[in-house]
Design a protein around this ligand. Structure first.
Ligand SMILES: NC(=O)c1ccc[n+]([C@@H]2O[C@H](COP(=O)([O-])OP(=O)(O)OC[C@H]3O[C@@H](n4cnc5c(N)ncnc54)[C@H](O)[C@@H]3O)[C@@H](O)[C@H]2O)c1
Length: 348
C-alpha cells in the first residue's frame, strides 16, 4: 500500500507533537512541515528525520504530492490556511481546535467544506480520551438514566503568552471550546441557551484584550439538562480537568489521571501524585507523560484510518462550527450580562 503523504503547518507545541505521532504510523510519510521560524525548527526536523521545512505554508498546500495536511498554526491563521488548502484541491484536512477564531469564519469554512466534499477532522482530542469516551458510552447505554446536570471543571496549569492569546480567539474559543464540544459529545444533544460570567484574576493584560482568564458558563441543553462549566487559565497545582454527569439512575465522575495511585501517609497528612500535566514543551524526544498523550495519537490515527478506508472522520467541521457557536454565545453573554439563545446566532 502506498503511504499517505502528510504536511504539517505550524511546528510549535502541537505541531511537533502531531509530527512525532505521524512518524510512528506505518501508513504515513511525513514529507514536509512549515513554520516561519525555520532556523529554530530545523533542529527538531532533523532530529525527527523530516525531509523538508518550508517558511511559507503555501508550499505545503500547493504541493500536489501531499494527500493530507495537519493545521497547527496559530488559530487566527486557520481559516486562511484551510480555505487555501481546499482551493488548492486538498481533500483531507486535520485542524487543531478551534476550527477558526470566530463564528463568521467558522460558518464560511463549513460551507466551503460541505460544497467541496472535504473530509475535515477537528482536533477535539478529548473524544478519544479513555475517560471521556467511557462517560459518553455510559450515558449512551442509559446506565445513569436521563442526564439532569453536568459539572465540568477545566483548569490550565499556566497562562500562554499574551501573543498566543491574541491569536487564540480568547478564553471561550481557546479553552472552553473543548468543554463545549465534550458536553455535546457525551450527552448527544445540542446546546440551546448560554449564560457566561467572566473575570480577570491572574493576568491584568488579559483585560486589555477584552478577555477573561476565569469564567463560569451555564449551558441549557435541548433535552432539559443543565451543564455548569468552570474554567481558569492558571492553576498553581497544575492541570485539573474533571467532569461529573448526574442522572435519574445515578452519576458518573471523571477524576484526573495520575502517574500512580499511591497515597503517602505521614505525620503531616496524605500525599498523592500530582495529576498528569498538559503537553510539555518539545524536548527531543518528549519523555514526560502527559494527560492526553494517548488521545492525541488516537485522534490522528483515526484520521489516517479514515483516509486509508475512505471514511468520514469525526469530529467534523460541523462539530467545530457548533462549538464555535456556543463560544460566541458565551462571549456575547459575558459582555451583555444576559443569557443568549444559540438559535439566534445560527447561520451567522
Ligand atoms: N487540542 C489541544 O488540546 C490543543 C492544545 C494546545 C493548542 N491547541 C491548538 O493548536 C494550535 C497551535 O497551538 P500551539 O500550542 O502549538 O501554539 P505554538 O505557539 O506552540 O505553535 C504555533 C506555531 O505556529 C507557527 N506559525 C506562526 N505563523 C505561522 C505561519 N504563517 N505558517 C506556519 N506556521 C506558523 C509558530 O512559529 C509556532 O511554531 C492552536 O490552534 C491551538 O488552539 C490545541
Amino acid at each position: 500500500m502506498e503511504k499517505v503523504k502528510f504536511g504539517v503547518i505550524g511546528m510549535g507545541n502541537m505541531g511537533s507533537l502531531h509530527a512525532e505521532n505521524l512518524l510512528k504510523m506505518k501508513e504515513v510519510e511525513l514529507k514536509i512541515v512549515s513554520d516561519p521560524r525555520v532556523d529554530e525548527v530545523m533542529d527538531l526536523t532533523s532530529t525527527l528525520g523530516i525531509p523538508k521545512i518550508a517558511a511559507n505554508w503555501g508550499e505545503v498546500v500547493e504541493d500536489p504530492e501531499i494527500d493530507a495536511i495537519v493545521v497547527t498554526a496559530p488559530t487566527v491563521l486557520h481559516y486562511e490556511i484551510i480555505s487555501s488548502a481546499i482551493n488548492s484541491g486538498k481533500k483531507w484536512i486535520f485542524t487543531e481546535k478551534p476550527v477558526t477564531h470566530d463564528l463568521r469564519s467558522a460558518k464560511k469554512l463549513l460551507e466551503l467544506v460541505e460544497k467541496n466534499n472535504i473530509k475535515l477532522q477537528v482536533g477535539f482530542n478529548r473524544r478519544f480520551d479513555h475517560n471521556y469516551k467511557k462517560i459518553h458510552d455510559i450515558i449512551e447505554g442509559g446506565k445513569i438514566g436521563e442526564v439532569h446536570i453536568i459539572r465540568d471543571v477545566t483548569r490550565d496549569p499556566e497562562i500562554h503568552g499574551v501573543d498566543f492569546l491574541k491569536g487564540s480567539g480568547g478564553l471561550f474559543y481557546d479553552i472552553f471550546i473543548h468543554e463545549f464540544d465534550i458536553v455535546r459529545y457525551i450527552i448527544s444533544q445540542e446546546v440551546e441557551r448560554v449564560y457566561a460570567v467572566g473575570s480577570v484574576k491572574w493576568e491584568p493584560r488579559i483585560k486589555e484584550l477584552g478577555d477573561y482568564d476565569t469564567a463560569v458558563v451555564v449551558l441549557e441543553i435541548s433535552g432539559g439538562a443543565i451543564a455548569v462549566i468552570e474554567g481558569t487559565m492558571k492553576s498553581v497545582y497544575g492541570y485539573d480537568q474533571r467532569l461529573e454527569a448526574f442522572g435519574s439512575k445515578g452519576s458518573i465522575l471523571i477524576l484526573n489521571d495520575r502517574e500512580t495511585t499511591t497515597v503517602l501517609s505521614d505525620g503531616n497528612g496524605l500525599l498523592l501524585d500530582k495529576p498528569f500535566q498538559d503537553v510539555p514543551p518539545y524536548r527531543p524526544l518528549r519523555h514526560t507523560k502527559h494527560r492526553y498523550e494517548e488521545s492525541y495519537f488516537e485522534e490522528l490515527y483515526e484520521f489516517v484510518r479514515c483516509i486509508v478506508e475512505n471514511k468520514t472522520p469525526l469530529p467534523t467541521a460541523e462539530d467545530g462550527y457548533k462549538a464555535n457557536l456556543v463560544a460566541e454565545c458565551a462571549k456575547i453573554s459575558s459582555k451583555e450580562n444576559k443569557p443568549i439563545l444559540v438559535g439566534n446566532f445560527e447561520g451567522i
